[in-house]
Ligand binder design. Sequence first.
Ligand SMILES: C[S@@+](CC[C@H](N)C(=O)[O-])C[C@H]1O[C@@H](n2cnc3c(N)ncnc32)[C@H](O)[C@@H]1O
Length: 440
Amino acid sequence: MSCCSGQPCTNVMPTSDDGIVKAVTDTYGAHAKKAGNDPEYAKAVAAAFGYSAEELLSIPAESHMGLSCGNPTATASLKEGERVVDLGSGGGIDIFLAAPKVGPTGQAIGLDGSQDMIDLARRNAAKKNLKPPHVSFVLANLEKEFPIESNAIDCIISNCVINLLPDAGKRTVFNEIYRVLKPGGRVVIDDLVARKPLPEKLKQDLNAYISCISGSILEEEYKRNLLDSGFKDVLFVDKKSDLNAYWEGGKAGGCCAGDTSDSAPLVQKPDIASDINDWLGSYQIYAIKPKNEQGEVTIPPTALKRWWDAYPTVKSTPPSLTNDEVVDMIRNPGGEKDFVVIDVRRNDHAGGHVRGSEQWPAQTLYDDLPGLFNKHKDTKKVIFYCQSSNGRGPRSAGWYQDFLDGQGEEGSGSKAYVLQGGIKGWLEKFGGQEDLVDKD
Ligand SMILES: C[S@@+](CC[C@H](N)C(=O)[O-])C[C@H]1O[C@@H](n2cnc3c(N)ncnc32)[C@H](O)[C@@H]1O
């Protein structure tokens, strides 16, 4: 998809919404790979849109690349313990500013449609030792259902993203925002908004669209999308920032015509004669989900529908061992480092576990992999189980095997397995046998 410096090879707008989303996220994904290449440009754009020097110093330098058009966490009034979701989180800039505000009891979740952006944001989070469930980055297409529970979120933020969604997505995204917000929850969105109808030629310019320019819509249309989704108290504030900040310093040029270096900015100067500020403005948009419209609602205990979405997808498929094979190992041990059985259940392990098994809960296992590896890198068979070994067990085994595979020669002394049937099958067969079941 990308030709020079991460820009799409063609400047023709795709005809389908899926094509537009792919062109956009592929281009941002290519740009994610160049994060950190031009810190001066990134800093200048961030400063132009309201970030303070202290804020920028407090976050990883690679978390922003000059792609923002505002600073939503500065006005979102985030409080200790709140859950905040950032739509189109990029390298994580606003999530890293939100995380200290919501504190360790709160949650900051970034959603982005580019796997490369998600990978970048997760690497940035690791630099700050920020982990799920406190800080999570999850791959999600914003035109589709969010991977978030209903009535779960206190505040939705977004920074220069909604204008990138196709027209239908610009409407449906607010239905999803409304669904996931708690009653009384709020929206603080920074976005570019058209001051007057944009020329048709510009609207058909893919580079201008990807540069957050030609997908911008009029305030009245934007407002209608919010109100149609059920929001009340919608407020648009023109921040009056100078949009020329994106291409100041002589860096811009059309695709394959301007700066093609690794530090070329993604936002390209559009082909229009007059000042860009006459056409578009950077706005901050506030809205509140009314209370009591749905009567009493239950606030879900977790925000993410699937906790494992906050971690990399498992690549390997470790083999299974039957419970008879594992019984044989327990009763006839070959040596001290022959095998270990790992129980990955967390609170649901009442009723017994495989005798001698170690507990490493699946929900935190990904972050604990270095510790598990250090302890068991010379253990030949590391056998994982959960309740039935259908979900957490194979997932944990897969993460461990992926980790081993990433260690090269050092990881070759150990191998992941799954206990077939999990503890359920084990207890059904050996429930009364003390040498095989620990009742703690
Ligand atoms: C202009 S950048 C802004 C990034 C970030 N908010 C910031 O201020 O640095 C837009 C981001 O939105 C993401 N994005 C664009 N379209 C999307 C879609 N349809 N679904 C999910 N993410 C999308 C891109 O991958 C990119 O990371």
